[in-house]
Design a binder for this molecule. Sequence first.
Ligand code: MN
Ligand code: MN
Length: 381
Amino acid sequence: MAERPTDPRPQPPSPVDFAHLNGWDRDWETYSDFDLPTYVGPTTFMNLPWITDPAELRARNVDVAIIGAPFDDAVSHRPGARFGPRAIREAQYTSGSIHSLQLGIEPFEVLTVVDAGDANIIPAWIERGHALIHRKVREVAETGAIPIVLGGDHSITWPSATAIAEVRRPGSIGIVHFDAHADTANDDWGVLAGHGTPMRRLIESGAVDGRNFVQVGLRGYWPPVETFEWMQAHGLRYHFMTEVEERGAEAVIDDAIAEALDGPDAIYLSLDIDVVDPGLAPGTGTPEPGGFLSRELLRAIRRIVGRVELAAMDIVEVAPPYDHAETTSMIANRAALEAISALAVKRQAGRTVRWRGSPDTERAAESPGAAEGPGAGAGRG
Ligand code: MN
Ligand code: MN
């Protein structure tokens, strides 16, 4: 039986340069984090810079800031939307300066877009979650950047749109709301802050006028008829899915745009992904058959953002645990991209994108080298 050597001498360094032998010591081209594939490195929206400090958002004159609201403690049925922001950030296979074929623009060459990170969420505390989402959205919006908030269940629209309404004072915001459900119930089993009630809270609190509300895609079996009586009494306008079936998405979106422009100074776009048919977007907590095609929704977002002044947007109710093949989070990712690309087209045409506070601050904010966004004085009035 062979014995192991008891006193092995130190081995001399290998004379063979294996890296050279295998061809690994070439001058390989390397890429910036932004241009690497999206599955490499940390998960930010589109590999964009992760910048959570409002002062830095101001210093960079950020046009659009992604915000995560990973909160689903207010759902009435299947939970899981707390994982939505991360899934929506990941649902992308291209990176770098992407090109919108539909709009003919490279949005990240035209706009400064960053990922501003998540609200400071912990589980199992609705009131705290809403407070911290309100704080995060407000501090980002005050820099002048347009927030795109990734939920999260739909209850996050209450604090998020409230923050935008405050920052935009004395102007007003309207809401264009895509959803299978009206979300105007008084309460969910006695809970006022549920995901079936945010639109009711926004209107009752006075943050948004019911007459500046336009809903698209309603269908199914909820809410009860009394809720629609309340909506009519408060001047909400809404379009059932049956109208889309009878008149076509294009005609209904035309009407929704005209209604959105009738009154408010700017629009908050709230997209519940369950407006899309669950055959295409199964990853949501309250799927409702008979919905929009993804192409109809994406076209609608391009057209709405192209036509109205966008104050902010949220994309909610993406629940990755039910999202086999990631189709739902991909639609949500594209929904954000369509809005960003439509904003880029506006910027290229010389139109307003960032919130400029007031016409007085507009010139200063847009001048090269301006160190401070117009949001420095936001919250005025
Ligand atoms: Mn909803
Ligand atoms: Mn819904």
